[in-house]
Write a protein that binds this ligand. Structure first.
Ligand code: SF4
Length: 350
């Protein structure tokens, strides 16, 4: 085991990825980077990370910010519960930990949005504690290194991997070691076919020796995301468009255009707008389709746009948004396709 950690650290010294949060020992900055990196590509996070810290340089700033300002900074990163939890966690740090991000894993785990992986990353990188940070990369590297062929769905497999991960963390440079495994998993021991020829652990790796590496880890069959059919309706009143701030758990606090379940004809939707909101449309037509894939759902959307015959009050929960306001609100990526014609329309004022 000592040989594995020594080789990984030596490899890390030469091949560490240059990332904006590397080199920081500030627990708040590491926390922000780790939350952003969950389910999001490193390249995408890099730009967001710098802007986010510029807007909220300290845990105090984040705790005191308006939720809408936090969501605006997070706009486009997806999985918005992360942003809300991060802010809730910052508030907790202010009230329960005297404004200082705690060092121990146990205390870190009490903070909203911080799970075992993030707690391990903060404790080892910021506070130099010899604890593991087990994410998908670590699971993959260890499964291959020890040729663990049991499915991750079977009881005991994950525990075995976590035990090995714990034993591998060295007393000195634990943060660098954890980041070395993350980098190895992201650049060499990648999902699918690993690049073993470039790996510092090649001659120590059982998965490599047995030829099983590419099939490891054994992941139990994941459920396919549920397909949801919607009509997304862009309703214009001159230079304004109808939208609402979502209150549902999914995408809560973000803005969306009217989303109606099912795929219906233009005539049926027009009739529904009349019946539901008393809106008479001067024009109404389908303008395209859009698709957005979430972890558990796929939204298949038909885009309609229509112009009101005469001004109408926004229905309850909705608001009329002009071109300027549109840019100040936080929109989920699922609205990206719809925002293209809306921006064009509101800026032209057609
Ligand atoms: S030798 Fe190959 S399979 Fe083993 S840890 Fe290195 S890259 Fe992964």
């Amino acid at each position: 085991m000592k040989e594995i950690t020594a080789r990984l650290l030596a490899w890390y010294d030469r091949h560490a990825r240059k990332l904006p949060w590397r080199g920081s020992a500030d627990p708040y900055q590491i926390w922000v980077s780790e939350i952003m990196l969950q389910q999001t590509r490193t390249e995408t996070v890099a730009g967001y990370y710098a802007r986010f810290l510029e807007a909220f340089p300290t845990v105090q700033d984040l705790a005191a910010a308006e939720e809408s300002a936090v969501l605006k900074q997070w706009e486009g990163l997806g999985y918005y519960a992360r942003a809300r939890n991060l802010q809730a966690g910052a508030k907790q740090v202010m009230t329960e930990f005297g404004g200082k991000v705690p060092s121990g894993v146990e205390d870190l785990l009490k903070i909203r949005g911080i799970g075992p992986y993030t707690a391990g990353a903060i404790a080892s990188i910021a506070w130099n504690l010899p604890v593991p940070a087990v994410d998908g990369n670590v699971i993959r590297v260890i499964s291959r290194l020890y040729a663990i062929g049991e499915s991750l769905g079977e009881p005991g497999t994950r525990t075995r991997i976590e035990t090995l991960a714990k034993e591998l963390v060295p007393e000195s440079r634990p943060g660098d070691y954890n980041q070395a495994v993350m980098d190895l998993g992201a650049t060499v021991c990648v999902p699918g076919t690993p690049d073993c020829d470039r790996c510092p652990l090649e001659d120590l790796c059982r998965g490599r020796r047995t030829g099983a590496a590419a099939e490891l880890p054994k992941i139990p069959g994941a459920k396919p995301p549920k397909e949801m059919l919607y009509d997304l309706i862009l309703i214009y009143d001159g230079k304004r468009v109808l939208a609402r701030k979502r209150t549902e758990k999914m995408l809560s606090g973000l803005w969306c255009f009217p989303l109606m379940k099912g795929w219906e004809s233009a005539e049926a939707r027009k009739a529904e707008l009349r019946r539901r909101w008393g809106m008479e449309m001067k024009t109404f037509r389908a303008v395209g389709t859009a698709k957005h894939v979430f972890t558990h759902q796929v939204w298949q959307m038909t885009l309609y746009e229509g112009e009101l015959r005469e001004p109408a009050q926004a229905p309850e929960g909705y608001a009329w948004i002009d071109g300027e306001e549109l840019e100040t609100l936080a929109w989920p990526v699922a609205m990206k396709m719809a925002l293209i014609p809306v921006r064009r329309r509101l800026s032209d004022g057609q």
